[in-house]
Ligand binder design. Structure first.
Ligand code: NI
Length: 197
């Protein structure tokens, strides 16, 4: 088991749709252990395999005060309602947070670490937000792609993107590498997660 370095915006592995896991075997279980360690080392509440450079459809979630768990090949089955969240962050985009619209209710189907199909349901909480965020990752999307406007992206020192940068944040202009300040990911919201099934 090992903490692996986090890949940052600009790394192509974050932009390619990750591959489906064919078999949930010991190699996948070891990957999950590394992902959980890496997530906690970076003080995140979720991590997708591409974020440590592994292009597979594997995510881990670690809600505050709850046991971490893994989802293999997660698929969002249903999302309903919308809510505005003003502090989403990502370990791969250190130093920034964004105001973003997410779903109220999210239902995900996935395999667990024994290869058994599970469903995870979450509503109006951090888990619901993290499920959408992490499934985005394995499809090659980052939360910054979901911003309505660049004015919704805030640098953690309090200035927004448009005042801090003269140009729109293309991948090239975005904070890449070096800036690994180890800041917490994702937003506030309560930790009362219903992990379903
Ligand atoms: Ni992220």
């Amino acid at each position: 088991m090992a903490v692996r370095p986090i890949r940052y915006l600009g790394d192509p592995v974050l932009r390619q749709p990750a591959k489906k896991v064919r078999q949930v075997d010991d190699a996948i279980r070891r990957l999950v252990q590394d992902m959980i360690e890496s997530m906690y080392a970076a003080q995140g509440v979720g991590l997708a395999a591409p974020q440590i450079g592994v292009p597979l459809r594997v995510v881990v979630l670690g809600m505050p005060d709850e046991e971490p768990f893994a989802l293999i090949n997660p698929v969002i089955m249903r999302r309903t309602g919308t809510r505005r969240l003003d502090g989403e962050g990502c370990l791969s985009v250190p130093g920034y947070r964004g105001a973003i619209t997410r779903s109220e209710k999210v239902v995900v189907r996935a395999l667990d670490l024994r290869g058994k199909e599970i469903r995870v349901r979450a509503e109006s909480n951090l888990l619901a937000q993290a499920l959408e965020h992490e499934v985005d990752h394995i499809n090659g999307f980052l939360y910054v792609d979901r911003l309505d406007s660049m004015a919704d992206l805030m640098k953690l020192d309090g200035t927004d993107w448009s005042s801090a940068h003269a140009v729109a944040p293309s991948e090239a202009a975005a904070p890449v590498g070096g800036a690994s300040s180890g800041l917490p990911t994702h937003a506030h919201a309560g930790p009362d997660a219903d992990t379903g099934d």
